[in-house]
Design a protein around this ligand. Structure first.
Ligand code: NAD
Length: 435
């Protein structure tokens, strides 16, 4: 795989704009004024706040919360803790959330948040303090009916419990559970939320394969899978695809990856990662780089880590038959063009990883009703939503490509965006633009 520095514009917010422009080229019926409105986030907040660290020093942190669009309901989107978090990344992720909620058809708009730091470098007490202060700085900008956070990279159920607790301290005497999703089960969480993103990916891939997106393969049974990222999305995907009969031949994390021709032993890999903090160096496997993982010959490649992994400078090396994007924004526009030229279908992030926000929505409904559904009920409802969304995107893709549109054939990402933009525009016009 090439290691040449890329000349591509990798700014995630510019990438969302490029994807959006491509989709609206196929939507002459879209009111032109809406294009400008949908491209820009509705509200952008930056907070700078001090924390007294465990060692007694004082450090200032920068946090963001961006509300992209509330046309279909309250803002919804995860909170990311990562040293590379930038405003443009959060803006991009918030826009993808608007389109994702519309594709999976849950009554939410799009939002996202982040704090630029690496929680791995800090004690649990420091991360809890950073979380509490960040949430208190956001104040009433978040709330069960305005903007509802969830987990994302390097945040988890424990972080969501602190968010709920902080918000609840600030708003005593009422049911505040719906202010955040992805909470622990005994703090108002939903069965199935933890693995929902990965399970949604599996349902989406299964449906797409049954509907013929990859000729000669109609299911995941026996498929060879490579997964980049071994956190919430990636590790659960490994387990669930294997349970469905697939062979997980490679996984990776931020340190590197591991490969086994005949399929990895996930139980011992998880134990190794719990002990050492990485999958690298596990017994009876070959260590590989993340670049090598992306270039493996396999049936399904699942990027489940960060943005901009499959780009103009490395996409030529991809040898998968299908890409299923568990991560947000893993394929750049140049990467997409190369995939389309190579005939490799990409199940796009706003469809493939929408199982996470779908079960977040289920959690919010349960919180509002003070109920807890069984796992079977959650998974059954999730399957229905994922299959409907996958069908809608495939049908849009087929319809436009059969019509021989003058702007040329579209990929599944563009089809998903068209479905989403149509749905948001429809509601915007029915509600009327206020005042
Ligand atoms: P996580 O923090 O649980 O896991 C992230 C994983 O990616 C870790 O294994 C980490 O080591 C690995 N990683 C980080 N940088 C890497 C790199 N440069 N190369 C390879 N691996 C790297 O995060 P997550 O919640 O699993 O999120 C992963 C992706 O899935 C993100 O794009 C996120 O936005 C997306 N996503 C998550 C959810 C969710 O419910 N958690 C929902 C939808 C989408």
């Amino acid at each position: 795989m090439s290691s040449l520095p890329t000349t591509e514009d990798l700014n995630p917010f510019h990438i969302t704009s490029t994807q959006f422009d491509r989709a609206v080229a196929y939507m002459p019926q879209l009111k032109r004024g809406l294009i400008d409105y949908f491209k820009r986030p509705n509200r952008t907040v930056i907070v700078e706040f001090p924390i007294v660290m465990e060692d007694g020093s004082v450090r200032t942190f920068t946090g963001y919360r961006v509300l992209h669009n509330m046309v279909r309901g309250p803002g919804k989107g995860g909170i990311r803790y990562h040293p590379d978090v930038t405003l443009d990344e959060v803006r991009a992720l918030s826009a993808w959330m608007t389109w994702k909620c519309a594709v999976i058809d849950v009554p939410f708009g799009g939002a996202k948040g982040g704090v630029a730091f690496n929680p791995k470098d800090h004690s649990e007490a420091d991360v809890r303090k950073i979380t509490r202060r960040y949430i208190s700085e956001l104040g009433d900008l978040i709330g069960p009916y305005t903007d509802i956070p969830a987990p994302d990279v390097y945040t988890d159920a424990r972080t969501m419990a602190w968010i709920y607790d902080t918000y609840s301290m600030m708003h005593p005497g009422r049911n505040n559970l719906g202010v955040v999703t992805g909470k622990p089960l005994d703090v108002g969480g939903s069965h199935g939320r933890d693995e929902a993103t990965a399970r949604g990916c599996l349902f989406c891939a299964e449906r797409a394969l049954v509907r013929g997106v990859v000729s000669g393969r109609d299911g995941v049974d026996g498929a060879r899978i490579a997964i980049q990222g071994f956190g919430n999305a990636g590790a659960h995907a490994a387990h669930l695809f294997q349970e469905a009969g697939a062979h997980v031949i490679a996984v990776s994390d931020s340190t590197g990856g591991v490969f086994s021709e005949h399929g990895l032993d996930l139980t011992s890999l998880r134990a190794h990662k719990a002990k050492t903090g990485t999958v690298v160096g596990a017994a009876n496997v070959r260590d590989i780089t993340n670049a090598e993982l992306l270039a493996l010959e396999c049936d399904i490649l699942i990027p489940a880590a960060m943005e901009n992994q499959i780009r103009g400078d490395n996409a030529h090396a991809v040898r998968a038959k299908l890409i299923c994007e568990a991560a947000n924004g893993p394929t750049t526009p140049a990467g997409d063009r190369i995939m389309q030229d190579k005939g490799i279908p990409v199940l796009p992030d706003i469809l493939a990883n929408s199982g996470g926000v779908c079960v977040s929505y289920f959690e919010w409904v349960q919180n509002n009703e003070n109920e807890q559904w069984d796992l079977e009920e959650v998974n059954h409802k999730l399957r229905i939503k994922m299959e409907r969304a996958t069908d809608a995107v495939i049908e849009k893709h087929t319809k436009i490509n059969r019509s021989g549109h003058e702007s040329g054939p579209i990929d599944l990402r563009t089809a998903a965006l068209i479905v989403a933009i149509d749905r948001v525009a429809e509601v915007a016009l029915k509600r009327g633009i206020w005042p």
